[in-house]
Design a binder for this molecule. Structure first.
Ligand code: TYM
Length: 337
């Protein structure tokens, strides 16, 4: 399906918190930004996904704007990439329904994110939407005939399901979808919580002390870094299995400075954990300081954000509409009007 066009990249990040965090930035956004020259890029804010858990409408609306401003601050360039809100492109939900018809109940039941999230709230209070969430995610990807999907490690299984659904549909109804590939950068595929370096950094972690939000103040960041959990021993070495805390700090340091891990380790040879924490704290404080300034500027002009998002949705709908037409045709729906 992709012979006569530039390869496409697509990704999304949920607006389920008041800010994205460092894991989102290094695991995903940095890749999104880097791919927008080589690929035709579609980046979006999955507000439909965000309503599969309990939420407040007014907060969702505000968080969607914050998300848009943060993605722009991260370097998503609306001149080169379509940046849009999922609910502005109804074809996502329309395709999700079609894909639901070829998704096995058992197959969906094996999704570990659903199992984790529903275990947290109890299956009686988990919604059907949370269960079918990966099918909507497959639709997000396939509706753009995306070739690559830059995500963190936790989304690998969902991209794998997407590939299976694309292949199944193609096999049953004729070649329709590009089969996408996950684009996962190993070094930053999983950024860990600073207080619990064996769990991923996540907005839903019980304590926020180990999560660096992109809206934190430089002071808050420096403090979170100073109290980051490190490991036994004293040597600064990259070894995630025996030194998860220090290794996580080294990964973040390397991602932030674009310096290979080995050379960061060399720089800190003979120094103590405290030196690494302070040095990284300073760098990150600068980083979030600038990031926050830029985000606030963007958020101050809602009309401009609306304009950017509307432009992105127009571009997205051109592509999404063409795929949905083809899918409806292949599905046997009467196409008289
Ligand atoms: P979400 O919103 O949880 O996270 C957005 C992106 O950030 C990555 N990420 C991390 N990477 C490294 N370390 C971490 N600690 C970390 N935490 C989060 C995620 O892997 C993701 O790439 N289902 C998706 C949103 C989505 C989507 C899509 C993504 C909806 N439709 C279509 C790609 C394509 C999610 O919940 O990501």
């Amino acid at each position: 399906m992709s012979a006569d066009r530039r390869p496409r990249v697509l990704s999304g990040a949920q607006p389920t918190a008041d800010s994205y965090h460092l894991g989102n930035y290094f695991g995903a956004f940095k890749q999104w930004v880097g791919l927008q020259d080589e690929f035709e890029a579609f980046y979006f804010i999955p507000d439909l996904h965000a309503i599969t858990v309990e939420y407040e409408p007014a907060r969702l609306r505000e968080r969607t704007y914050i998300a848009a401003a943060q993605l722009l601050a991260a370097g998503v360039d609306p001149e080169r990439s379509a940046l849009f809100v999922q609910s502005h492109v109804p074809e996502h939900a329309q395709l999700a329904w079609v894909l639901g018809g070829i998704t096995g109940f058992g197959e969906a039941s094996r999704m570990t994110q659903f199992k984790d999230k529903s275990a947290r709230t109890g299956s009686d209070s988990s919604s059907v939407g949370l269960f079918t969430y990966p099918v909507l995610m497959a639709a997000d990807i396939l509706i753009y005939q995306a070739d690559r999907v830059p995500v963190g490690e936790d989304q690998r299984q969902h991209v794998e399901l997407t590939r299976n659904l694309a292949q199944r549909f193609n096999h049953r109804f004729g070649d329709t979808f590009t089969v996408p590939q996950a684009h996962i950068v190993k070094a930053t595929a999983k950024i860990y919580d600073l207080q619990d370096p064996t769990s991923k950094m996540s907005g839903s972690n019980q304590s926020h002390a180990g999560v660096v939000d992109l809206t934190d103040t430089p002071k808050q960041v420096a403090k979170k870094l100073r109290s980051a959990v490190t490991d036994s021993g004293a040597e600064i070495r990259f070894d995630p299995s025996t030194k998860p805390g220090v290794s996580n700090l080294l990964s973040i340091y390397s991602a932030l400075t674009d310096e290979p891990i080995e050379s960061v380790v060399r720089d800190f040879e003979g120094k103590q954990y405290g030196h690494l924490k302070v040095a990284l704290g300073d760098l990150l404080a600068d980083f979030v300081g600038q990031f926050g300034d830029r985000t606030r500027e963007l958020l101050a002009d809602r009309a401009e954000l609306d304009r950017i998002l509307a432009g992105g949705a127009d571009r997205a709908r051109e592509v999404a509409g063409a795929t949905l037409d083809l899918v409806y045709e292949r599905s046997g729906f009467v196409r008289g009007r």
